[in-house]
Design a protein around this ligand. Sequence first.
Ligand code: NAD
Length: 356
Amino acid sequence: TEKNKHAIVIVGYGGMGSYHAKLIKDNEFLEVTGTYDILEERRKVSLQEGYPAYESYEQVLNDEAVDVVLIATPNDVHKELALEAFKAGKHVICEKPVTLNVSDFKEMVAAADAAGRVLMVHQNRRWDEDFLTIKQMYNEKTIGDLFRIESRVHGANGIPGDWRHLEAHGGGMLLDWGVHLLDQILHMVDSRMTSLSSRLSFILGDEVDDGFESVIQFENGVSVLLEVGTTNFITLPRWYVKGTEGTGVIEDWSLNGRIVTRNQDAVKVEPKPIQAGVGLTKTMAPPSEEATITGALPEPYRQSSSFFDNFAAVIEGQAEPIVKNEEVLRVLNLIEAVFESARTGKTLTDFDIYPA
Ligand code: NAD
């Protein structure tokens, strides 16, 4: 290990595990000193990419030079791996969803606390610029008070890979993408939820959901629509938001989009009816050119530091985690509520959503 760097071993060297190695490569405070994967094939890839491959998890845990275990395995084994890591005195970075349910997560947090070690969940999409742009608009009222937020991710490739199709591994899109979208919303909207209604989709015939829809109403008047789809050959924008003064859209992760606001200076003119289908409408006629102003999206907020810089500061006792375990717990509670609403076909109220 380079001097003063914390040694990280990546456990689960698949798609995300190897991406983590790239993310940490030039980090000032952290260094990937090895990996462990149950598959021989992935251990070979690790060696080829320059990272020593441990032969067993036990070996990782017994290695005193290892400070941090980064868990990037399928979702169902996160908990067991983390519990063992804490027992061995390691800090843990865990991929999302941290566990499949609330009670498992509470066990993990208790184990971290008992060991006096840090558990931080990789909710990396809090750093996404599209999200940070919407958060900026929400806080700064760029288009007035946002009262409607639609957040969607649409793909056409179905559920990817192997374990994501299986319930036992914590598969399905609610646990996969849903956990990001819910985390973003709760990170932005600081208000009590008053109702929740959700549906899962099973278009592809998997035993787990290939997408879902949720409508969440907040006490402060904000209503949110979340949608994840994997059978969308035509996609809707990543974000569509309405404020008291205008509308905003972000098409994609490259931040293509715009805001359209009411022109306060324009003389108000009654809209002229237009032909619409076989009828006439004034209501749905587009506003005159003078009536609105089209502008660019605001510059997104920046997070104060990267996920990994923040983690390094947290284990040194020098910073609060940006991703807090109380927040992760709230999201897991909400995920359980989404499953419940979908299963029963009922709209849940705040009494159902919040645990007693
Ligand atoms: P993957 O299937 O590509 O990789 C998982 C790897 O874990 C495989 O190589 C597998 O052999 C290995 N593995 C399984 N059980 C193991 C065990 N007990 N010990 C050690 N290794 C084991 O899956 P993936 O797409 O890389 O997803 C892994 C995790 O990362 C999941 O929790 C997923 O939700 C998360 N993920 C997060 C993001 C993000 O942006 N935050 C993106 C993709 C995946």
